[in-house]
Write a protein of this length. Sequence first.
Length: 269
Amino acid sequence: MDKNTLLQVWPIPAFDDNYIWCIHDGKSALVVDPGDSAPVEDYLLQNDLALKGILVTHHHADHTGGILNLLRSFGATTPVYGPVGTDIPGRTIIAKEGDTIEIANPSISLKVFEVPGHTLSHIAYFADVQASIAQPILLCGDTLFASGCGRLFEGTPTQMTASLAKFAALPKNTLVYCTHEYTLSNIRFALAVEPHNSDLVAWSEKAQALRSQNQPTLPTTIGQELQVNPFMRCNQADVISKAQEVSGEKDLPTPAHVLAVVRAWKDRF
């Protein structure tokens, strides 16, 4: 396969609302966060794809539960990249902040970000423009969602704010591949935060149309999230004002303080 072949990123649905992303060149494939092996095996076999690697963002079972079965089916020597810790089954390579992962087939270079918040050891993978990538891509697990962010199971609002700031600094045309179809519920909450955000209102209509046709709302882009995602907008006056109203606190001095209020409200929403 020509190394200049542009890669496809394909959503493999799993469970109720997960997407297992498959990155492939028509011959060789990587899969991201395979919580279930069966739909991955079906997709790879139907498309005659060889599994060359597994990328894991964090340890939750709906992101790791299919790894060992995939290794049994496609080869125990298949590399499994994942964060630190002992709770990633089958992981062979620890990926940490600043690492660059070079994969020959499919041809891709990935930079690793540590993005604690949802979990303490959560990581994300970023591919900038290269021979096989025409537009930057971000594989962000459960840290960033379309119009939302992950629940803070282990991390703090300060950590999540810093993690989202890493994403905000990426090129605005970066395609964001998160791992759940939470978009419509996230939009409902985002509209409660910013009911007069015209970009958000337009996105709500588009997302509803996509889901009515059973189409994914993903990928989104960093540029879009900066316009419609309250958790990426904790420095904006309207979001700050709503956080003050909801919390009764007039002094929310940093975006992390605002995110703490908005995330706690989302958990109750």
